[in-house]
Design a protein around this ligand. Structure first.
Ligand SMILES: *Cc1c(COP(=O)(O)O)cnc(C)c1O
Length: 432
């Protein structure tokens, strides 16, 4: 079967995420037949380097033998069971491992990133309610992204996704962010943030942030001292801190979790995406005993957190997650990533010579190249996307920002190809 035949069949039935479907009148929709390591293969035998880890989820490659085996093994025993009133081995193991890693105490499971954010927001609000305080506001950061469900969208600040739904959203206030990832800008932004804390703190249950990198917000980066400073403000004004590490967790920014670089401990930590190595939908919110104990009470007092999802703590997804953690333990991946990140950084210096490149930036295995401010309608990123596909690399620019977020198992040779293709794709636009 040809790609184009398949595409027509698909378009008859499917409505794809984050897509103006009319684009597919001129843009190919690529059916993927199989994948291996960092490569995706279509029905015509073309291969694509998955330079964005299939929307930031894949870390140890596609069809990873070890993770495959773990899921198969689990499948022979238990595919799913209700997680209220029941439990299973994998969930105990995974929670034990992640609480140990993060020094947090309790795990609440959900099945996707947005839902984890909803859980954390509701818990923070409910925590104060159980204490007899009604705090109806949330703090988040300008340019932030926390997912697409109404609560998560409310604390986000990417106009493209949010503006349409504005009248439906819950109340939140966006705090200023540093202009760049320097210490100086971080300290300046903290001063400005403090004014908001002083004015609103009585009504605010929590501040939610993406530590170090605002990924969907065009890969904007800040210094770890900004995260540390926000934690100090939260402590000073008695506001809970929610860290959304859905994209930056599991080694993406260089450390196992991004907030390790700031040397802080949050009140809530949201994880998903890389949690299962990119295999299955699963998410979790880790929190402290301080939070947990405020809900722990006689039933009649009605203080329980009565939130649930049908697929909470799905055993197959958890098997993938435990296998993913095994791989972190069995390999030297974080150390190797450090070398790879450095290699990528050195290689992309040449982008600065292109007339249409404004800035390059990096945190660990996230590298971004920001082009000049092409007008929105020009869809410059889309041109680079198309060039990439034609040349065997899946790049998926965010507006005018081209970025690399590859699976960690990418080789140096593959890095060279990924970078070369992006370079040529951007260069094609230089004189247009
Ligand atoms: C992807 C993402 C989410 C939402 O996760 P979904 O699984 O897509 O709902 C939330 N926060 C951040 C930082 C993300 O990158």
């Amino acid at each position: 079967m040809k790609n184009s035949d398949f595409m027509q069949k698909d378009l008859k039935f499917n409505w794809h995420p984050c897509t103006q479907m009319k684009d597919h009148e001129f843009l190919p929709l690529i059916p993927i037949k199989k994948a291996k390591e960092i490569y995706l293969y279509d029905f015509e035998g073309n291969s694509y380097i998955d330079a964005i880890s299939s929307w930031w989820v894949n870390i140890f490659g596609h069809q990873n033998k070890y993770i495959n085996k773990a899921i198969k093994k689990q499948l022979k025993k238990l595919e799913h069971v209700i997680f209220a009133g029941f439990t299973h081995k994998g969930a105990v193991k995974l929670s034990k491992r992640l609480t140990k890693l993060t020094k947090l105490d309790k795990v609440f499971y959900a099945d996707n990133g947005s839902s984890a954010v909803e859980v954390a927001l509701k818990m923070a609000y409910h925590y104060y309610l159980n204490k007899g305080e009604k705090r109806h506001l949330f703090f988040s950061l300008k340019n932030s992204y926390h997912g697409e469900t109404i609560g998560a969208l409310s604390v986000g600040d990417v106009d493209l996704y949010k503006k349409t739904y504005e009248p439906l959203l819950i109340k939140s206030i966006q705090l200023p962010i540093p202009k760049d990832d320097s210490k100086k800008e971080a300290l300046q932004a903290l001063k400005n943030c403090k004014l908001y804390f002083q004015k609103y703190h009585y009504d605010v249950s929590s501040l939610i942030i993406e530590p170090l990198v605002q990924c969907a917000g065009n890969m904007k980066m800040h210094h770890p001292i900004f995260v540390k400073g926000l934690k100090e403000l939260c402590d000073e004004f008695n506001v809970k801190l929610i860290l959304d590490e859905i994209a930056v967790g599991f080694g993406r920014t260089g450390s196992m979790f991004a907030h390790f670089q700031a040397g802080i401990k949050p009140d809530f930590l949201c994880l998903s995406k890389g949690l299962t190595g990119g295999y299955m939908p699963l998410s979790m919110v880790l929190t402290t005993n301080d939070i947990y104990n405020e809900f722990y009470c006689d039933y009649e007092k009605l203080k329980a957190f009565l939130h649930s999802h049908s697929y909470t703590a799905n055993p197959l997804a958890i098997a993938a997650a435990n296998a993913t953690l095994d791989l972190f333990e069995k390999t030297d991946i974080l150390k190797e990533n450090k070398k790879k990140a450095k290699y990528i950084w050195n290689k992309i210096q040449k982008f600065k010579k292109l007339k249409n490149v404004k800035e390059i930036r990096q945190k660990g295995m996230i590298t971004a190249i920001e082009m000049i401010d092409y007008p929105f309608e020009k869809r410059a990123g889309l041109e680079v996307y198309k060039y990439g596909l034609k040349n065997g690399v899946l790049l998926r620019p965010l507006g005018n920002v081209i970025y690399f977020m590859p699976p960690y198992i990418i080789t140096y040779e593959e890095i060279d190809k990924m970078i070369k293709t992006a370079y040529k794709g951007i260069k094609c636009l230089e004189d247009k």
